[in-house]
Design a protein around this ligand. Sequence first.
Ligand code: FAD
Length: 548
Amino acid sequence: MSSHSSAGAPRLSRRVAVIGAGAAGLVAARELRSEGHDVTVLEQSPYVGGVWRYDPRTEAEDLLGVNPDRCRVHGSMYEKLRTNLPRELMSFLDFPFDSAFLGPNYSSDPRRFCGHAEVLGYLDAFADRFELRPLVRTHTRVLSVETAAEAAQAEAGAQPTPAAAELGAAAEAGPGWVVTSQRLAGHGPETGGAQSHGQGAVGGSGGAAEASAVSAGNSAAGAGQGQSAASAAPAAVDRELYDAVVVCNGHYSEPRLPYVRGMSRDVGGRSDGAFPGQQLHSHNYRSAGEWRGKVVLVVGASNSGEDISRELSAGGAARVLLSAWSWKNDAWGADAAPYGPGGNIYRFPMVSELHTDGSATFADGRVEGPIDAVIYCTGYRYSFPFLRGAAAAAARVEDNCVGPLWLHMLPPDPRLAPGLSFVGLPWKVVPFPQFQLQSKLIARLLSGRVQLPSREQMDADIAAHFEAMQTQGLPMRYVHMQGQQQFTYNDLLVRLCGPDVAPLPRWRAELNRIIGAYKRERPEDYRDVNLATTSPDAAAALAAAAED
Ligand code: FAD
């Protein structure tokens, strides 16, 4: 895998739209600006921080999240969530996540595995420290992203207008992107964030067309964190021309559900005559109180399933049945003792059917019930509802595999890349530092400091990745899953960026490995283990982190 460095060549400054002001969008904005680009971050909510801003609202009318037209809430955090990574690991590369360093304005929780408010404080501090807020246009939902050529074609097909002529000229001048966004009425920018760029606006924008100018299916009024304001007044729509678009819209908002016979998948998560209990996806779980005294089936035993079943147990649920594909017969057979803070979590293999009498059958034939509620902790789907035409085709999602994309970031098509890129797709990773490395590489590709390899090379790299997965027997949906391999990937990003970017210090991989082992061995209290005294290896990694 290679790319070319163009040392000495003049750096190009591009007009770049970043979609989303979560951790990925913030660090992308910073890296792009450092490289000399002109950056606008478009963020639908009134804030920066993305999922780390706890949102108590749920998608109450559709708790399973099956209706594509539902009123959406971006957030998936639950009230008492604590991080599953220590703060040393979570931090960006050059901005320590240290409660003492952050100071009282941002820090409220000095624990190593802290609550969500502390992470938000860190991201707020990051935005302030690097003066990113002026780049962020809040209350702005991106409705569509298309190439200038496609936009020009559509305009020309409709009627010859000045906007069509402008787009036609832009399309001829080179690859460009038309971003259509909706300004959600009723809010001003959070702190005087970026305004529409007059020179980049297409079709007299910078001012606004009415919402009716946007095709009905896309207007999505009512979605996301600005929803009530959005529906209060007609929203303004901007169409702007950018040289590049970096997609940072997050991937923990669209529920992924298994199919269980007898489950209701109708809107509302209510029964369609089959299972009579409540059903929801963990996206809509906020706290355990509602299930005090109830029997709850939790489906999926990854991070959320483990955490939520413990919360329910501690919160007074009568019984928690934790069902997962990864059920190990030996450890959790029918005779295994219940566990958890309330001593009432029972492990089961995957649930195979839900019944009209409220009971459930599991893959080993056991039947349990009645069950009051099912919480599906079965992960999320990638979704890019705003991509159109060639961009949508390049990032189609099949079995939760996006693309395919080169390095999980770029379409292997020189007509689209590096103008269209994605930050933050890999999962089972330490996200913030990886976002930063991905952003550095994208910034350098856009400035011309680093060149993309040939299309053949990118295709060959993608094929090699799929072959390696096949050899390991992994299905497509694991294509963006990295685990400990993330550190090899991060090293590759560093190499591609060029010699002035330092490799990630080794303590990061080491601490991640140690924490992973603790999490598996003692899921109930790994967050509260005193790492510095329990394990010499962890103590050494933490000491190296403190010196870094
Ligand atoms: P997000 O934070 O989701 O930000 C995306 C932003 O894009 C949002 O602000 C959204 O409003 C905006 N947006 C989306 N669509 C549009 C649009 N059309 N127009 C304009 N704006 C748009 N990570 C850890 O490191 N440690 C943890 O312990 C941890 N725990 C987690 C627990 C839960 C329950 C969840 C859900 C995630 C957890 N994560 C954890 C992962 C977390 O998602 C990442 O840390 C990171 O915050 C993701 O950042 P992001 O910017 O990619 O996405």
